[in-house]
Design a protein around this ligand. Structure first.
Ligand code: UDP
Ligand code: MG
Length: 310
């Protein structure tokens, strides 16, 4: 049995060596083979040198280093890592030591002893984030679960271990806009969720600012649901009915009650409302169209400039 550790790295110069050491320590007595598949996602710091150094010096370990030609994002890095892995089990783990390698051993034990599971995913028992962030995240999961056909576990991270069959299924998903959580859920299989305690980041800083998270959330919704597209139909029909009803009221008032109207404010308000809704719906359609457009170009999910492999 062999395990592949897929490690996306973006500006992790101060973490990769320690990460390697910690893994070697943790896996010392496990009794199975393991390999590292580091993906350098176009880092701007010394991550690439550090990874090459590991590759050249730690010849006793099985190390693969995939270097991207630029930053393609964690989702692409995960894809490349899985693609270049050869293990019977594949683990996705971050380079910043927020996720302990010991948990991977726990995951493997579960996959071995409970064959009904194909995948073990870790979720954060306690979130170490601000209350606002937690609120936004739980709101997002409620929304995406209501909108899309995939069911997402609110606290589950990308930190997970799965069998080769699952890995192949993930690679089959050739979409350019990759929303991992949706992909994991869409492919099915039996997933066991285990709690884990997220550690403080060892060095460097998180790449997920608020704006990036909002973008990621929108990405997730439009990648796995087409329901928002139907919003225009619902909104439009609701407004049309409202308009007809209002018209009837006006006609009745005019004919039977001799009311006079000065409609300036109402008209301006209505124009703004309708214009706003139309723009909103056009924008929505546009965001789907943009995805189709990019996908139709059939661009690769990543471009590797170098793959070091023994
Ligand atoms: N990462 C990556 N490409 C990116 C952003 C992040 O490969 O564009 C990697 C990063 O090096 C780390 C993992 O993804 O190993 C998780 O990133 P981070 O620690 O910033 O996220 P957080 O743990 O704060 O959610
Ligand atoms: Mg992290």
């Amino acid at each position: 049995m062999k395990l592949s550790l897929v490690v996306p790295c973006y500006n992790e110069q101060d973490n990769v060596e320690l990460f390697y050491e910690e893994c070697v320590k943790a896996f010392e007595n496990v009794g199975y083979d393991y390999e590292f598949v580091f993906v350098n996602d176009g880092s701007r710091d010394k991550t690439e040198e550090k990874l090459k150094k590991l590759y050249n010096e730690k010849t006793e370990s099985n190390i693969t280093v995939v270097s991207f030609s630029r930053n393609f994002g964690k989702e692409s890095a995960i894809f490349a890592g899985i693609k270049n892995s050869t293990g019977d089990y594949v683990s996705l783990i971050d380079a910043d030591l927020q996720q302990r390698p010991e948990v991977v051993i726990e995951m493997i034990d579960i996959l071995d002893s409970e064959p009904e599971y194909d995948c073990v995913a870790a979720y954060q028992a306690k979130r170490k984030e601000s209350g606002i962030m937690t609120g936004f995240k739980s709101g997002f999961y409620k929304m995406i679960n209501a909108l899309s056909e995939v069911e997402l576990h609110a606290d589950a991270s990308d930190f997970r271990t799965f069998t080769r069959t699952v890995a192949d299924a993930i690679l089959e998903m050739g979409e350019y806009h990759r929303f991992s959580k949706g992909i994991f859920s869409w492919i099915g299989f039996n997933t066991k969720y285990i709690p884990y305690e997220v550690q403080e980041r060892n060095a460097g800083e998180t790449k997920w600012g608020f704006r990036k998270l909002v973008k990621y959330a929108l990405e997730g919704i439009t990648a796995f649901s087409t329901k928002p597209l139907r919003l225009a139909i619902y909104l439009g029909s609701f407004l049309a009915f409202a308009a007809i009803a209002y018209l009837v009221v006006i006609i009745i008032q005019r004919l039977f009650f001799d009311a006079s109207f000065s409609g300036y404010a109402t008209i301006v308000a209505l124009i703004l409302l309708l214009g706003g809704m139309q723009l909103f719906c056009i924008g929505l359609i546009g965001s789907y169209l943009a995805k189709t457009y990019i996908q139709s170009k059939n661009r690769p999910i990543y471009v590797a400039k170098e793959i070091l492999k023994r």
